[in-house]
Design a protein around this ligand. Structure first.
Ligand code: FPP
Length: 227
């Protein structure tokens, strides 16, 4: 295999449609989607990827029906516990990134306890909850304004949720839409983008490997020309 991405971002889209195709409620799709998280994260790490960043709940997702938001919040807490138990064994550090102030005290407690357990891990699983790329940039700029530090590309980078991590090399979006939808806007400047029609609950190891193969065939020039 050719070049391997160090950091992969995944926008896990298509849970609702996956459920609808089975005449089930959207929550059934979110549950199936949650079950897929561990499988794909572990597979990515087994392939040598160092960081996986998952878009689990966007700042815009609060506008969904209250029942769906509540179900998603419940699932996030539930699956975080399951993920953390395995992560400790497998040397994976879990970070939950986003505007956690809007989450319930109960979910924040679960997040704090479960992520703390995994702090010794060497591979990194970032889970973005109540996250939006524009909001993240505004937050970084406000932090710089507060500290009086000069605004530079590097100082902004150091104030993003992903401070200290390399930018994503590859961004995958499942579910057929061809857009970023506010995912890692600053960090994605030179990411390779991979879109697939496969719905997230169906995105299995073989589909993940297809994305890796596709990435390996890309020529990354970062604005330069080939010499
Ligand atoms: C998009 O599908 C998916 C979401 C808004 C939720 C994604 C969250 C999970 C898979 C749970 C992750 C759990 C952990 C622990 C990280 P959609 O509902 O927009 O699907 P549609 O486009 O088919 O309607």
């Amino acid at each position: 295999m050719g070049a391997l991405p160090r950091h992969i971002g995944i926008s896990m889209d298509g849970n609702g449609r996956w459920a609808k195709l089975r005449n089930k409620k959207r929550s059934y799709g979110h549950k199936a989607g949650s079950e897929n998280v561990q499988k794909i994260a572990e597979h990515a790490f087994s392939r040598g990827v160092e960081i996986v960043t998952l878009y689990a709940f966007s700042s815009e997702n609060w506008a969904r029906p209250k029942e769906e938001v509540e179900e998603l919040m419940h699932l996030l807490g539930d699956y975080l516990k399951k993920l953390a138990a395995k992560a400790v064994k497998n040397g994976i550090k879990i970070n939950v990134l986003g505007n956690k102030a809007r989450l319930s005290a109960k979910l924040n407690k679960i997040i704090a306890e479960q992520t703390a357990k995994t702090s010794g891990g060497t591979r990194v699983l970032n889970i973005l909850i109540d996250y939006g790329g524009r909001g993240e940039i505004v937050r970084a700029l406000n932090a710089l304004k507060e500290s009086g530090e000069a605004v530079t590309e590097e100082s902004i980078r150091q104030n993003l949720y992903t401070a200290g991590m390399p930018d994503p090399d590859l961004i995958i979006r499942t579910g057929g839409e061809i857009r970023l939808s506010n995912f890692l806007l600053y960090q994605a400047a030179y990411a390779e983008l991979y879109f697939t029609d496969v719905l997230w609950p169906d995105f299995d190891e073989a589909e993940f490997d297809k994305a890796l193969e596709n990435y390996a065939s890309r020529e990354r020039r970062y604005g330069k020309i080939e010499c």
